[in-house]
Design a protein around this ligand. Structure first.
Ligand code: TXA
Ligand code: MG
Length: 332
């Protein structure tokens, strides 16, 4: 973990950031039941949670994020049994859930017949995205709240996802009632989104669970590349974008440019360098990705250049996020 990803915020922590001790988790659960928004750590990134059964809380999530309303939210539950009350699982979905939950995998399934979740959370689709996270704070919060919790990543729409409580505070400020501080998210990249609502399992977003691991369980996956319309509406081309322009590649350093590096062999000519993983380890790189993007964005560089990351396993999800961060057209 790079030293520079520590921030200077410890002294002036905003009042809504609280350590995720048991009493704070119970208070956060009460706030959720009252319709307020609470940010909480998951193993992937921090989520901006609201009661998924409460239209007003769900609307408040869209408002706080500045998210286009056609982009549906992931609904979080503490257990598979609870997920079965909101989504229709078949045997295939149950086997994938049994294998990967709790964990960084989101399943898109038909809404259950009596699904209590706000239609706004599914943005009018007949499907719903569900996930049982593995982080102990998320698990305790979901148990205590005792209702489905809608939670997109706790950043403004189109911005870099938060992997620390201070990222959330910097980006969303007091739009959120409470930010449970559980430290850095161990995985650091969003969940894989797998659509099992149709005949062919389709990967809508590469993420922390690799396509290879899912294929070992249920056979080959179709990969959605946005070609036939946006079925994972969050997969808008420009996404996860720092404010500082980012380019793929590190040839010909430009004046004042910072480098997001990977591996032991570094090019020369960059004043500021943060390395995703000196050892070239993709798991470490995923955990550092968003924190390093936040730190480089705050470093005052003229631009951010990136080194290539191998396109396999978690490297696919990392490259997917970097490509989107580099996309020119920033409309969201
Ligand atoms: O790791 C994660 O998944 C984090 C943590 C907080 O759980 N959440 C997250 O949520 O990344 P969000 O809202 O930033 O991304 C959700 C993705 C979007 O790309 C969205 O379009 C897609 O899931 N999605 C949600 N519901 C869907 C549905 N019914 N059909 C297709 N895609 C859906
Ligand atoms: Mg997001």
């Amino acid at each position: 973990m790079a030293k520079s990803s520590k921030t200077s915020r410890t002294q002036d922590k905003p009042a809504n950031v609280v350590p995720a001790v048991d009493a704070a988790i119970l208070e956060a659960a009460d706030r959720l039941r009252d319709g307020a928004l609470v940010a909480f750590p998951t193993e992937t990134v921090y989520g901006l949670g609201g009661d998924a059964t409460d239209d007003r809380a769900v609307a408040a999530i869209f408002e706080a994020k500045g998210r286009p309303s056609f982009n549906p939210l992931i609904v979080h539950l503490p257990l598979l049994e609870k997920a079965e009350a909101v989504a229709a699982f078949d045997d295939r979905a149950r086997s994938v859930a049994a294998k990967f939950w709790p964990g960084p995998l989101t399943l898109v399934l038909p809404r259950a017949p009596d699904c209590p979740v706000s239609l706004l959370a599914s943005a009018g689709l007949e499907t719903i995205a569900v996930r049982v996270p593995g982080h102990p704070v998320a698990h305790a919060l979901l148990n205590a709240a005792d209702r489905p919790i809608a939670a997109p990543s706790a950043n403004r729409s189109g911005a870099v996802s938060p992997t620390r409580a201070e990222h959330v505070a910097d980006d969303l400020g007091d739009a959120v009632a409470m930010i449970l501080d559980g430290g850095a998210c161990p995985v650091g990249i969003e969940s894989t989104v797998l659509d099992l609502s149709g005949e062919t399992p389709t990967l809508l977003r590469p993420g922390a669970v690799t396509a290879e691991a899912i294929e070992a369980e249920i056979g080959s996956l179709k990969t959605e590349d946005g070609a036939e319309g946006v079925r994972a509406p969050g997969q808008l081309e420009s996404h996860y974008a720092p404010k500082t322009p980012l380019r793929l590649g590190c040839a010909n350093p430009r004046p004042g440019e910072a480098l997001l590096a990977f591996g032991p062999d570094l090019p020369s000519g960059f004043a500021t360098i943060l390395n995703l993983s000196e050892a070239g380890d993709l798991t470490e790189a995923a955990a550092n990705l968003f924190a390093h993007l936040h730190a480089l964005d705050a470093a005052g560089a003229s631009g951010i250049a990136t080194m290539a990351v191998p396109e396999d396993g978690l490297g696919r999800a990392i490259n997917d996020r970097l490509r989107r961060a580099a996309a020119h057209d920033r409309e969201i």
